[in-house]
Design a protein around this ligand. Structure first.
Ligand code: G6P
Ligand code: MG
Length: 218
């Protein structure tokens, strides 16, 4: 009996991953650390600090330097997301949000980003969300279930009645750890542990989702 849907932001509703990548690349270049688009793939859905740790590898930096680099990357990212408009929504996102609301479901955002609120405002979808769980909501990042549990609590729903849409392996793990239904967006190599795997939101409706959940004997 599904009552609530929780959407990750990056890679599900929009592609801010590109802007995260550009900001990290600029920082890495300034620091003389080798980094590229391919290395960035490992950062999908990973927290700011964990991303920086993967970039610096075994290079040694003090906590003060680490903090400064996280801030610098964020400054670059904040600059880049100013140009986001509703055109940056991924195909199918708005029609699915509208369809879900029409069907009486509650909708939350479940993003680890501290910039999530600005991004959904720029995308023009803030009025389509009943709750926002973002990088300020909980301490423990995905794959811990905390962020999604917080989102469900904001919606006033038990975890078992919530579905999470996620594009990152860490996010699918978080949804499953929360005891929620998981829809993985992208290749099965990445999100194959989800209950349902979809290539994108294009053409997805509440009716065809319900059908898929019925197939897996909900
Ligand atoms: C999301 C993104 C990650 C990002 C994280 C923290 O999970 O997918 O790429 O590192 O949020 O975002 P923030 O904007 O707070 O640095
Ligand atoms: Mg994501």
């Amino acid at each position: 009996n599904i009552q609530g849907i929780i959407f990750d932001l990056d890679g599900v509703l929009t592609d801010t991953a590109e802007y995260h990548y550009q900001a990290w690349q600029r920082l890495a270049d300034e620091e003389g650390i080798p980094f590229n688009r391919q290395a960035n793939e490992a950062l999908r859905g990973i927290s700011r600090r964990a991303s920086l740790m993967l970039i610096i590898g075994d290079r040694r930096y003090s906590e003060v330097q680490i903090q400064e680099m996280m801030e610098r990357k964020n400054d670059y990212y904040v600059e880049l997301i100013q140009r986001i408009t509703p055109k940056d929504l991924l195909p199918g996102a708005v029609s699915l949000l509208d369809d879900l609301r029409q069907a009486g479901l509650k909708i939350a955002l479940g993003s680890a980003s501290k910039n999530a609120r600005v991004v959904v405002e720029k995308l023009g979808i803030i009025d389509k969300l009943d709750a926002i769980a973002d990088g300020y909501s909980v301490q423990k990042p995905k794959p811990a279930p905390d962020l999604f549990l917080f989102a469900a609590q904001q919606l006033g729903l038990p975890a078992t009645q919530c579905v999470v849409f996620e594009d990152a392996a860490a996010g699918i793990d978080a949804a499953l750890a929360a005891g929620m239904w998981a829809v993985g967006m992208g290749p099965p190599e990445r999100v194959g542990t989800a209950h349902i795997v979809l290539p994108s939101l294009a053409g997805v409706t509440w009716e065809n989702l319900q059908g898929k959940f019925r197939d897996i004997a909900l």
